[in-house]
Write a protein that binds this ligand. Structure first.
Ligand SMILES: [Zn+2]
Ligand SMILES: [Zn+2]
Length: 133
């Protein structure tokens, strides 16, 4: 299990109860939108507002704790920062699957003149379940 307190401190953020709970909620589902995090946490913490979650999400994103996954017209989802991977995003049901990058990324992309710091590859389509609908 990830230690959220260490993770926050390592990235120069104070480990507040709101932040550790937001991270726990994201981690449990893999990828969540702000609305999903809010729905998930308001049962336990009725005083926690959507604005507070939003503010903390932005801050944790700026400090490299979490990453925004754009959902192509839908609300963005967020995930904990992991090794670079590919997202298979279903436009039918909104699920995101993580897929490992097997080849060395610089080789696929052919960007020798460009110093690559981070990347995100998002593929949009239909998952197996939605294809058979
Ligand atoms: Zn689907
Ligand atoms: Zn992911």
């Amino acid at each position: 299990m990830i230690n959220y307190i260490t993770l926050l401190k390592k990235n120069d953020l104070k480990a507040t109860i709101q932040r550790t709970n937001i991270l726990k909620s994201i981690d449990a589902s893999g990828h969540s939108s702000i609305d999903e995090i809010y729905e998930n946490l308001k049962v336990l913490y009725p005083t926690l507002s959507l604005a507070t979650i939003y503010k903390n999400i932005i801050l944790m994103q700026q400090n490299n704790v979490i990453i925004e996954v754009p959902m192509n017209g839908e609300k963005s989802k967020y995930e904990l920062k992991k090794d670079d991977h590919i997202h298979l995003i279903c436009q039918g049901c909104g699920t995101i699957q993580d897929q490992e990058i097997v080849e060395k990324t610089e080789k696929i992309l052919d960007v020798k003149e460009f110093q690559l710091k981070s990347l995100q590859i998002n593929l949009y389509g239909l998952c197996k379940t939605c294809q058979n609908r």
